[in-house]
Design a protein around this ligand. Structure first.
Ligand SMILES: NC(=O)c1ccc[n+]([C@@H]2O[C@H](COP(=O)([O-])OP(=O)(O)OC[C@H]3O[C@@H](n4cnc5c(N)ncnc54)[C@H](OP(=O)(O)O)[C@@H]3O)[C@@H](O)[C@H]2O)c1
Length: 354
């Protein structure tokens, strides 16, 4: 494949590998502090309840700059619009959850410019209208607030009703909410969507360095009570590795984008972020297109187009995966379709590596 303005190769990684590793470490330790330190008084983004593209545009900000997106994300969306060329391989049908802002919207915009068929997901009708204005080429919008598990179940039905996908990217994520809301949006909802939506050929789950501080929290999952953001991102990675084990004929990975300048990255009043915004969504593009060496990997935790070595040992612990899925089934009443595996499949499980 010929090089495009934003190359899918590891060029950027090779040039800046050491710096990125240091940044990832800094991201992890600093961001862990975000969870425990009181929020700063100011931040660059208005409250989510005010989000509306009309509001943003009325204030002179295309792509919701200063409202639901940061200036950096808005500038990157404009850059994609001007610079990205069509893909010369076969077009894919791709769904991205949480694609009205941030990394999800950037992934959607990039794949759209590459002439893939892209369906986006919005939390409500207002945000659906915003993204239709921002990305006029999208094929469709599905709606549902992942904080509400009934809406998540209805969303699964909507998705199934509009036909099969080649790739689904579970990108949506909340930060800084009360505990049970995080359980619903970041853990139970991606599980429900995985279990209830017709499985595509490829699944990608957005996780975070902060999964390193996460724990299983099985009692909390069973009882529907609080978990932290780190717990939820551990769960997201484990849904990916468990699903990859249950569905060996599909390609399924977890991806950490790095600490990037989206609205979430600027949470708690942060005014700078250490990692590249473009690298934060290009792994998803690289996997979805799947034409470059290494992009056929499965069952892994990836950071910037590479298998990440610093991974919570629970991510690849098959007993822990089974316990989490059993807790999910108890809480939601929905069993993962492949949970009743034959014994010979269980014998092929991967053992914990660290
Ligand atoms: N930014 C970082 O530094 C960072 C670091 C590590 C991991 N991540 C992960 O990367 C992913 C993308 O984050 P981001 O930085 O792009 O954040 P973002 O700019 O805040 O965008 C999050 C997207 O998810 C949607 N969303 C959130 N909660 C939802 C809900 N309950 N129902 C429906 N949609 C919902 C948002 O919709 P609205 O626009 O309506 O809010 C938005 O489209 C997340 O999974 C996040 O945990 C981010």
């Amino acid at each position: 494949m010929k090089l495009h303005p934003t190359s899918l190769t590891r060029r950027g990684l090779l040039l800046t590998g050491a710096a990125l590793s240091a940044a990832a470490l800094a991201s992890c330790s600093s961001a862990t502090t975000q969870e425990t330190v009181a929020p700063a008084q100011t931040g660059p983004i208005a409250d989510r309840t005010e989000t509306s593209g009309d509001t943003a545009r009325a204030h002179g900000g295309p792509y919701g700059a200063g409202v639901y997106n940061t200036r950096q994300v808005a500038d990157e969306l404009a850059w994609i619009d001007e610079n990205v060329h069509p893909f010369d391989g076969s077009s894919k049908r791709i769904l991205i959850t949480g694609s009205t802002a941030g990394a999800g919207q950037l992934t959607a915009a990039y794949l759209l410019k590459r002439r893939h068929t892209v369906v986006v997901h919005a939390r409500n009708e207002q945000r659906a209208a915003d993204v239709r204005q921002d990305l006029p080429g999208i094929d469709d919008v599905v709606t549902g607030d992942l904080l509400d598990l009934d809406q998540t179940r209805a969303l699964a039905q909507q998705i199934n009703s509009i036909g099969a996908f080649d790739v689904i990217i579970h990108n949506a994520g909340e930060y800084g909410l009360q505990d049970v809301e995080l359980l619903n949006s970041n853990s139970l909802s991606p599980y429900l969507l995985t279990a209830l939506v017709t499985p595509p050929r490829q699944l990608i789950y957005l996780t975070s360095d902060l999964h390193l501080s996460g724990d299983l929290k099985l009692d909390e999952v069973r009882s529907g009570s609080g978990i932290s953001y780190g717990d939820s991102k551990l769960h997201m990675a484990m849904i990916a590795t468990a699903a990859a084990r249950f569905w060996p004929d599909r390609q399924i990975n977890a991806v950490a984008p790095g600490w990037i300048p989206t609205r979430m990255g600027f949470h708690n009043g942060n005014t700078s972020t250490p990692d590249s915004l473009r690298d934060g969504y290009m792994t998803q593009v690289w996997l979805a297109e799947g034409t470059e060496p290494g992009s056929d990997v499965t069952g892994e935790f990836l950071f910037h187009q590479r298998v990440e070595a610093r991974v919570n040992k629970l991510v690849h612990d098959t007993q822990a995966q089974d316990s989490l899925f059993a807790a999910y089934a108890e809480q939601t009443g929905v069993s993962f379709p492949a949970a009743n595996l034959p014994p010979d499949h269980k014998a092929a499980r991967r053992e914990p590596t660290a």
